[in-house]
Design a protein around this ligand. Structure first.
Ligand code: SF4
Length: 271
């Protein structure tokens, strides 16, 4: 995540828990499992033994200090599940980008520890009138909704935004009813977009739509008319629309649709 890359919606991320397992069609080329995890293992920043379908969480506490001295015989594991490690981050901060916080191997206890720290950090930011937003997004929409609704029965604090990733219409029907049951900031992430999506049943219940193509050497094709449809329904319903990319490159992304880029954020979100 980089604030200087126009296709990223985040200014930074915080990864007190890492790990995930492929879950649906959009996971075929997972940037974490196929890219970041092996790269960090090569650097010695993650245990070489870590595999897809294993998480590093509480009990084998948490991740590795990337800039710290390497311990003899293995990486130096440090606990990032601390307020200290989140406090300095501001803007639009992705919470657990190196995996999925709501993956079933992450216990409820760990998720609540993460949210406790986010709540503490947002109270500090609120006192500073800083306006930082903490962004959670997941494909495990049902679990996300259950936990967020139980934890925040009166509504999710305004410093937190909940997003659900979908790839096609079938997954929209499976996941978006859970997303829209959450009281608070909500957004739909359609990336990688693998088929047409009609957002009509949910568009008046979400605050932001983000979409983009798959990236990578074997990226699946994106039909620009699929993007036009989600852009147009967003505009018609005055929901901000952000287009991440239409091409296969993430670093040098083509972000043009019909002659311009689409970079809308909800009010109060500042990159
Ligand atoms: S849910 Fe996200 S992090 Fe997990 S495997 Fe799929 S793409 Fe990767």
């Amino acid at each position: 995540m980089a604030k200087n890359n126009p296709s990223d919606i985040l200014t930074g991320d915080w990864n007190p828990v890492v790990g995930c397992q492929r879950y649906s069609a959009g996971c075929r080329s997972c940037w974490w499992i196929d890219g970041i995890m092996p790269w960090q293992q090569r650097l010695g920043n993650l245990p070489a033994s870590l595999r897809e379908n294993e998480s590093l969480t509480m009990e084998n506490v948490t991740v590795v200090k990337p800039d710290g001295p390497k311990r003899k015989g293995g990486p130096q594991i440090v606990n990032r599940l601390t307020l200290e490690s989140l406090k300095g981050k501001s803007g639009i901060v992705g919470v657990v980008q190196h995996g999925d916080l709501f993956w079933d191997k992450v216990t409820d206890e760990v998720i609540h520890r993460v949210l406790d720290i986010v709540d503490q950090a947002s109270q500090i930011q609120a006192r500073m009138k800083d306006g930082t937003k903490y962004v959670l997004w997941s494909k495990r929409a049902e679990r996300m909704a259950r936990i967020m609704n139980e934890r925040y029965p009166d509504g999710v604090p305004r410093a937190i935004a909940c997003g659900v990733s979908i790839e096609n219409q079938k997954l929209a029907h499976e996941r978006l009813p859970h997303l829209t049951s959450i009281k608070g900031w909500k957004f739909v992430m359609i990336e990688p977009m693998l088929g047409p999506v009609n957002l009509a049943p949910w568009i008046d219940q979400v605050d932001w739509v983000v979409a983009g193509s798959e990236t990578g050497a074997d990226a699946r094709e994106l039909d620009l008319d699929w993007l036009r449809a989600v852009r147009d329904i967003s505009i018609a319903n005055q929901v901000p629309f952000f287009l991440k990319q239409v091409g296969t490159s993430h670093k040098n992304s083509n972000r043009q649709l019909d002659g311009r880029s689409w970079d809308e954020f909800p009010e109060g979100f500042r990159k």
